[in-house]
Design a protein around this ligand. Sequence first.
Ligand SMILES: Cc1cc2nc3c(=O)[nH]c(=O)nc-3n(C[C@H](O)[C@H](O)[C@H](O)COP(=O)(O)OP(=O)(O)OC[C@H]3O[C@@H](n4cnc5c(N)ncnc54)[C@H](O)[C@@H]3O)c2cc1C
Length: 653
Amino acid sequence: MKLDARVPSGAIEKLWDQARFEMKLVNPANKRKYTILVVGSGLAGASAAATLGELGYNVKCFCFQDSPRRAHSIAAQGGINAAKNYHSDGDSVFRLFYDTVKGGDFRSREANVYRLAQNSVNIIDQCVAQGVPFAREYGGTLANRSFGGAQVSRTFYARGQTGQQLLLGAYQALEWQVHEGRVKMFPRTEMLDLVVIDGQARGIVTRNLVTGQIESHVGDAVVLGTGGYGNVYYLSTNAKGSNCTAIWRAHKRGALFANPCFTQIHPTCIPVSGDYQSKLTLMSESLRNDGRIWVPMKAGDKRAPQQIPEAERDYYLERRYPSFGNLVPRDVASRNAKAVCDEGRGVGETGLGVYLDFSDAIQRLGVEVIRERYGNLFEMYQRITGEDPYQVPMRIYPAIHYTMGGLWVDYYLMSTIPGLFAIGEANFSDHGANRLGASALMQGLSDGYFILPYTLGDYIAKTKLGKVDAGAAEFQSAESGVAELTKKLLGIRGKHTVDWFHRQLGKLVWDYCGMSRTGAGLDKALCEIRELRGQYWRDVKVPGSADDLNQSLEKAGRVADFFELAELMCLDARQREESCGGHFREEFQTPDGEAQRDDEECSYVAAWEYKGAEHAPGLEEVLHLDEVLHLDEVLHKEPLTFEYVHPSQRSYK
Ligand SMILES: Cc1cc2nc3c(=O)[nH]c(=O)nc-3n(C[C@H](O)[C@H](O)[C@H](O)COP(=O)(O)OP(=O)(O)OC[C@H]3O[C@@H](n4cnc5c(N)ncnc54)[C@H](O)[C@@H]3O)c2cc1C
């Protein structure tokens, strides 16, 4: 298979204009004849469905929640980037582009990132026009703050609820189209398979989560805006429902999966506090604008923070990275937190925590300013930990938060299956090996409002789409496959719950494919994941039935997919023999412990092709049949070239 990213040639600042001009258009009167299936109604899916509806297409939009307003996007706190340069502090489209390519440790496609930076300015205008209540200065102009990996103030925000406010904007645009009859919304409906006919994506098979009904939906193109797969780690800052099923099943139908091992650990989360915890809480990166991170100088120092004098505190980020200080990118901040905790200098009961201290800022700015900026985040912290961050420093520790990997897409956001598009966190996106803070919302909305509506039209206009109906053999066999899988999961009647398995899987992925990785650890993880997967298929207990609301059954299917994805993540991390961004292979580091890239050998996007599952030779006799299956995945490489931002050792010193 030859991967063609279809990046136009020419000067980078002209590419998108040129590409749009060269795209074929669909006659406005013809648009309603085309049905577009949009799976997902988070920021990416809702913005795409609303815009496609407004353009005149006939759109069907699906989500598994009871309302689009409950998509995980609602949880986004800190902000959204845009190169508006309102502060005249030196920002520009080129600087945002530069920061993003560098922040991603030179593992993203330059042309995509430039387009993202260009679109960033339009997103803010679009959202303001929708009435999104961004924070404003006293005089009425939009306010900004800084996020990691940047030395300018370009993050627009709505207190600590940016995702919620942006989603309400996209939701009202979507609901308007629902009202106009151009979008039909299918809540509580889960896509469980993709239907490919004559090599084109022509539909999906869904299960109604309330009645259990399995149904086929025919379309002329399918768009997946189904979010990220951070919950493979079990404990994450993602909403509990976020999962990989839609993209994984599309992968099994032929869509290549890119950079699965590029996952992001966020440095500022509330530390794990017990074995039965099921969710981690993010403390927004915006807090690093005013909070200072430190640990005691001495290992094992158990004194309360107020009793540790200034001279015995180590503000390790400010010490090691004087230019960026507490605002180094997430991968750097997370690794440093792990390092000081590994030295025995971590705080809190478990020793897996560092302080995020606002006392200086409170003294300098006054408590009211801090309350105004971060009040809801402080309140959330206090409710969860019982500690008052206005009085004592917050305790934070890194946690899994975002996934840069996802379905491989070309410049037109189309996967390797013609007619299947992926947007938002579901694609492998523009963030390379590490996403900068406040760039996910920007990317999801750029994809949904400003890119897909053009590129999808180009596909429709250029493609011969034969007549297809739900009676086609491909739909029938996908429906039976979904029914069989459901029956199989319910029929096992084993001893352990889905969560029991998921927690163990998550621990394996966290320990061996988390904040740092080694070749030997990944080999071990591959064996253990396969074994645990075998046990899952023998011993999982899924109570209830298929024709009723059954959340254990929903989870069971999702965890089955997480098992397979976890294996691919480890395979990917194993083959990438370098460290870059969030992928830190301990064997490859600079003398002072920074990620050591290998640009000669590893400047590529890893795109995996699913070929099936095979029996691992030699294991058949010792293990149960299901246990010996391992994924048969073939690696393809999309070479990356850098003409505008020359790859260098990233330095935030
Ligand atoms: C706590 C937290 C805070 C964050 N803060 C920020 C921030 O301040 N700034 C920033 O830029 N980024 C932030 N992020 C990242 C950002 O929120 C996400 O990357 C982004 O919201 C993802 O949007 P999305 O539309 O791609 O996916 P989602 O919002 O996850 O939406 C996925 C949609 O797909 C649907 N879906 C999924 N699978 C199926 C299926 N099989 N069938 C049917 N429907 C399906 C869901 O129902 C949902 O509607 C944060 C992330 C977290 C976890």
